[in-house]
Design a protein around this ligand. Structure first.
Ligand code: AMP
Ligand code: FE
Ligand code: FE
Ligand code: ZN
Length: 283
């Protein structure tokens, strides 16, 4: 059974609609897919309807932006939480709003050196999408400043670049607590993805585990091999769920559906723990 628990549609920074994404998953032989858009769940309904139609399983999820007090970005996946839980929703919406102001500031600074505007960025993002650097990257591609998103990140949008601006996001420990309160299953996304920027110290892992972290996304292309080994050992020691996934973004990234996957018994643990919403079509 091929289980891919981390994908993005165009309601965040993927390039496909939730419907097309689920159809793509079915075509690629994925049996269960989780839709985990950044900081929003507006794709769930369409994804669920399509999953039923094409006969694959769907786990509703989200990837929550977090930031430690020393400004390290952490992504927390949550599965099967109650999407209307007020405390969690308030924090997620605050981060989503902060992303807009932050992107506008980045575009303002970029516009001193590139012919780029906020309007152009909006043209390259779906209406109501969670705005991120990938949308700025797409605008940079459109004006011919770079070939693709990857080049935009490497050369222009990476933390440390003079154009980089951070944004408000809640602490990962708070995020774990809120996901638990919303009856969801919190899983630390690509925990040791060093190429994306600084990664957290062991203390943060332990604080998140004490708060109720349920799992680690071990099998992900951005966790280097030695880091995957370390994460596996930690998961075993702390009895955490181990997941693997593609982090598919459609045409926005080279990541292919099902390139990494989650074992069936680990999915079962997630399905047992998550009671805030319902999975669809898992056989
Ligand atoms: P942001 O959410 O604005 O901080 O931007 C981070 C997002 O950019 C991540 O969710 C990835 O989808 C995307 N991203 C990060 N690095 C790259 C890269 N090298 N190439 C393409 N997309 C990337
Ligand atoms: Fe993304
Ligand atoms: Fe992520
Ligand atoms: Zn992701």
């Amino acid at each position: 059974m091929l289980i891919d628990l981390h994908t993005h549609s165009f309601v965040s920074d993927g390039t496909e609609s939730p419907e097309v994404l689920v159809r793509s998953a079915a075509e690629q032989g994925v049996d269960v897919v989780a839709l985990t858009d950044h900081d929003q769940t507006s794709g769930w309904q369409e994804a669920a309807e399509t999953a039923l139609e094409v006969g694959i399983g769907l786990v509703p999820g989200i990837e929550i932006s977090c930031r430690t007090d020393n400004h390290i970005s952490v992504h927390l996946l949550a599965y099967l939480h109650d999407p209307l839980n007020e405390a969690l929703l308030a924090e997620i919406n605050k981060a989503r709003d902060a992303r807009v102001t932050r992107a506008q500031r980045m575009v303002e600074m970029l516009s001193e050196d590139y012919p780029i505007s906020w309007e152009l960025v909006l043209e390259h993002s779906h209406r109501d999408a969670t705005i991120g650097r990938p949308h700025i990257a797409d605008a940079l591609v459109a004006i011919g400043a770079v070939e693709n998103r990857s080049e935009a990140f490497e050369r222009i949008l990476i933390p440390g670049s003079k154009y980089y601006v951070g944004h408000y996001a809640m602490d990962p420990v708070t995020a774990v607590e809120l996901v638990k309160q919303a009856n969801g299953v919190p899983v630390f996304a690509h925990p040791l993805a060093a190429a994306r920027g600084r990664v957290v110290q062991d203390q943060v892992f332990h604080d998140m585990i004490d708060a109720g972290l349920a799992g680690l996304e071990v099998f992900h292309r951005d966790n280097p091999a030695h880091a995957q080994q370390r994460l596996l050992e930690m998961a075993q020691k702390e009895r955490l769920i181990v997941t693997g996934s593609s982090d598919y973004h459609g045409a926005g990234k080279p990541n292919r559906l099902g390139e990494n996957s989650t074992a069936r018994d680990q999915l079962e643990r997630i399905l047992e723990l998550g009671t805030g919403s319902h999975s669809v079509g898992i056989r």
